[in-house]
Design a protein around this ligand. Structure first.
Ligand SMILES: Cc1cc2nc3c(=O)[nH]c(=O)nc-3n(C[C@H](O)[C@H](O)[C@H](O)COP(=O)(O)OP(=O)(O)OC[C@H]3O[C@@H](n4cnc5c(N)ncnc54)[C@H](O)[C@@H]3O)c2cc1C
Length: 400
């Protein structure tokens, strides 16, 4: 007899695990979360984990704000499990060209009750004396923001989902999707077919490949994202706030438990060079020169780290769309297929609220926030109507 399920979530990253959990909270029936390898095998395994609200698009800012609140109450909200969240604060540094934009974004966010303020450079210097503010013209600060651990959060969502009855199956790739005249009929795994009328595609950077046999072209490119980790010297051992450097186009954060600072790239010019044809081609490779450049940028902002040792360089992949925004939708031409993929650099911070909204959407609930998800519809690429912020920073594109 063929196994059946009410809903199958494919992909055990933070997005799929969060959606499965929230569906279980809503008692959506028999739910399977199928992951081809281990949980957090993709982007969620290597993410640097910054959680902030600073987005120029008000809908993204609102989603990030909602998620941030959930990170603050993570164990209470999600069955006692921990996301590794630290509210160490978040600085945004901009150059002369972006001062006006920063002012506009801060004003917009304050009108949305987001806790952010413009701060004088002298104040930043007092708070983080080792930060070099040369070429910075203005700064803002989010005291409630910080970072968490994406793999730990993914596992926390999955454990909570399992507590609520979800069957979490790792080492279970979905090899094929079966369709009949009504739409989705089921999925094929190495251990057999599973019949279902609802599949939620959360395969992240694998999105293009996953539905290619159905003739569904997801414009999601797997892009390699690099991280350099430096040990801080003893005179700078204390945790420092996250720094988003929109002048040098990079982001930096410290670890709470050890004196390490991590830096990643936010310069979109590199993304075409670092893209892969297939997410399966990702083997942890490092592209030439980028880790050296990130290290230089880190030393520019924190000259004291000249004394620190590079203790690690690594990479992960993320699934990038042409406007750097996710694709969240119900695929009308294939009834029963939903997707939440292509989160680019935003997926971790957004995962709690996306799980919640997506579970409502799939179960037919509507409210203001669920309706806002239309911004991320699949059809925007065919309509040539990409997500565009009313205001934008000079160089950071959709990443901010
Ligand atoms: C270095 C780096 C830094 C980042 N920094 C941040 C940050 O500071 N803040 C932030 O918010 N985001 C950040 N991101 C982005 C964030 O990590 C991603 O947006 C997020 O993890 C996406 O989660 P996901 O669940 O959509 O995809 P993934 O985590 O990639 O999960 C997809 C899963 O699907 C599985 N899968 C694929 N095909 C199949 C199949 N056929 N059957 C079953 N399973 C399948 C994969 O194995 C994988 O586990 C960063 C990413 C990287 C790499």
């Amino acid at each position: 007899m063929v196994e059946t399920a009410d809903i199958i979530v494919v992909g055990g990253g933070c997005i799929g695990a969060s959606i499965a959990l929230h569906l279980a909270e809503r008692k959506a029936g028999k739910i399977l979360l199928l992951e081809k390898k281990e949980l957090a095998n993709g982007a969620s395994g290597k993410g640097i984990g910054i959680i902030r609200t600073h987005y120029t698009h008000p809908i993204l800012a609102e989603l990030a704000h909602q998620s941030l609140q959930r990170y603050h109450q993570f164990p209470e909200r999600y069955g006692g499990y921990d996301a590794g969240f630290h509210a160490c604060g978040y600085y945004i540094l901009v150059g002369e060209a972006d001062v006006e934009t920063l002012h506009q974004v801060v004003q917009q966010h304050q009108s949305m009750n987001i806790n952010i303020d413009l701060v004088k450079l002298q104040h930043v210097q007092e708070k983080v004396p080792h930060l070099n503010l040369t070429n910075v013209a203005a700064a803002a600060y989010e005291p409630d923001s910080g970072y968490g651990s994406p793999p730990q959060t993914t596992r926390a969502f999955a454990k909570r989902a399992a507590d609520l009855g979800v069957e979490v199956r790792t080492q279970t790739p979905v090899l094929d999707i079966m369709v009949d005249s009504e739409g989705i009929e089921g999925v094929v795994t190495p251990t057999g077919k599973i019949a279902t009328r609802t599949v939620i595609d959360c395969v992240g950077p694998w999105a293009r490949k996953f539905t290619e046999q159905l003739g569904l072209e997801f414009p999601v490119t797997p892009v390699v994202e690099h991280v350099v980790v430096v040990e801080r010297p003893s005179e700078f051992a204390q945790i420092h706030p996250v720094v988003s450097d929109l002048v040098n186009l990079c982001y930096m954060r410290s670890d709470a438990e050890q004196p390490l600072t991590r830096i990643g790239n936010s310069d979109p010019k590199y993304h075409p060079q670092f893209s892969l044809k297939d997410a399966d081609d990702f083997k942890g490779q490092l592209f030439e020169n980028i880790t050296e450049e990130l290290h230089k940028k880190l030393l520019h902002r924190f000259p004291i780290l000249e004394e620190g040792k590079v203790v690690d360089t690594y990479s992960g992949i993320w699934g990038v769309t042409p406007d750097y925004q996710p694709i969240i939708d119900k695929l009308e031409h294939l009834p029963g297929l939903y997707c939440a993929v292509g989160f680019s650099g935003h997926g971790y911070k957004l995962s709690p609220i996306i799980g919640e909204l997506m579970s409502q959407y799939v179960l037919g609930a509507t409210n203001d926030l669920v309706n806002q998800l239309k911004l991320f519809r699949f059809g925007r690429f065919q309509e040539n109507n990409l997500v565009k912020s009313p205001i934008s920073y000079s160089q950071a594109k959709g990443l901010r």
